[in-house]
Design a protein around this ligand. Structure first.
Ligand code: NAP
Length: 328
């Protein structure tokens, strides 16, 4: 069996450290690993699969060592500068930043939804936004069967979605210290402001959900709107998703369909107060779906509650799952 060589860029960050955890669990046929960070964490040690690795500073010649794949999780500016350098050296890049996601030459991939797109890559494959990934895992089987007309997203996003600094801001403000990452203290607050505002009043995070959903589902005509909100939850994003379909729906059939669709765990037993919770989904690679009920304001509509670990399925695990399928 062929063995591969993998570079991990941003290995010391929240997503990078989780990629390492997921790689340890998966034991892929990889013979060489290299971990990169900025100058700040270079020289630090990572214990991985029984060996000690020294983190190296990412430089323009870092990819000269020879890699088959690289997972980037160091932010947009790093991806913008270094992904193309890696591709020029023959490396296939799986990128966690938003920089290439809407590039028509870059597939935007969630393995349960559109893995085939990854096979048409030109060196870069983009990992979607964390809040988009969990949504489309739940929406894809419904779209296949009932044809989605319109989606309304309302998100409740964990502080870990803003990286290590987001977690630190939650801890600081919960002790009464000043906020450094979010615009307001996140403790005791819901902040309807994720990423920058655009001229029309939407945030970039909201537009990511809108545009990425259409790209992944291969349907520009689906109408999508979104309100994205940061909430004082450490990990796992929760989403209320309202969907209107073209075809006639049946709620029991929808539950049955979702319960046997890839990557989904149906948790919908209101008699026993069972529905998805951020605290229960943390540490899992599944997307949890519940509170499925008819939206009586339209002919064929539903509301559902969708929860997933934003660092694992929303970033690290999705990237490693893409790698795993490419290697297979
Ligand atoms: N958090 C989420 O839920 C989530 C979900 C989906 C996608 N993402 C995306 O994943 C990426 C990483 O997010 P994160 O939450 O893990 O951020 P983070 O905790 O702030 O980690 C950033 C990582 O990037 C490294 N880095 C920074 N500047 C660098 C440079 N010039 N060269 C090389 N490495 C550099 C950092 O190294 P040092 O330790 O040396 O600073 C660190 O390893 C971002 O693009 C983010 O948008 C995050």
């Amino acid at each position: 069996m062929k063995k591969y060589r993998l570079a991990l860029v941003g290995a010391t960050g929240l997503v990078g450290r989780t990629v390492i955890k997921v790689l340890e669990e998966k034991k892929l046929p990889i013979e060489k690993y290299c971990f990169f960070s900025s100058n700040k964490s270079s020289g630090s040690k990572i214990n991985f699969l029984g060996s000690e690795y020294i983190v190296k500073e990412l430089k323009e010649d870092s990819f000269d060592e020879g890699f088959d794949y690289a997972i980037f999780c160091a932010g947009g500016s790093v991806s913008k500068k270094y992904a193309k350098i890696a591709v020029a050296k023959g490396v296939t890049v799986i990128d966690n930043s938003s920089i290439f996601r809407m590039d028509k030459n870059v597939p935007l991939v969630v393995p349960e939804v559109n893995f085939e797109d990854a096979l048409n890559n030109r060196g870069i494959i983009a990992n979607p936004n964390c809040s988009t990934i969990q949504a489309v895992v739940a929406l894809k089987p419904l779209d296949d069967k009932y044809k989605i007309k319109r989606i309304i997203y309302s998100t409740y996003q964990a502080v870990s979605g803003a990286g290590q600094k987001g977690i630190e801001d939650f801890e600081r403000t919960s002790k009464g210290l000043s906020n450094q990452k979010f615009t307001y203290p996140i403790y005791n607050n819901c902040i309807p402001h994720i990423d920058d505002f655009l001229d029309d009043g939407y945030t970039k995070e909201e537009m990511k959900m809108i545009n990425e959903t259409k790209k992944i589902l291969h349907n520009k005509r689906i109408k999508v709107t979104a309100t994205t909100v940061r909430v004082p939850v450490l990990n796992s994003h929760s989403e209320s998703i309202n969907v209107e379909f073209k075809n006639e729906i049946d709620i029991d059939e929808i539950k049955k369909l979702l319960s046997c669709s890839p990557g989904i765990i149906l948790e919908d037993d209101i008699k026993n107060n069972k529905y998805p919770l951020a605290s229960n989904s943390s540490g899992s690679d599944y997307v949890y779906v519940g509170r499925i009920r008819r939206d009586y304001t339209v002919k064929n509509g539903i509301n559902m509650w969708v929860v997933a670990d934003n660092i694992r399925k929303g970033a690290a695990s999705n990237a490693v799952q893409i790698l795993e399928r490419l290697i297979k």
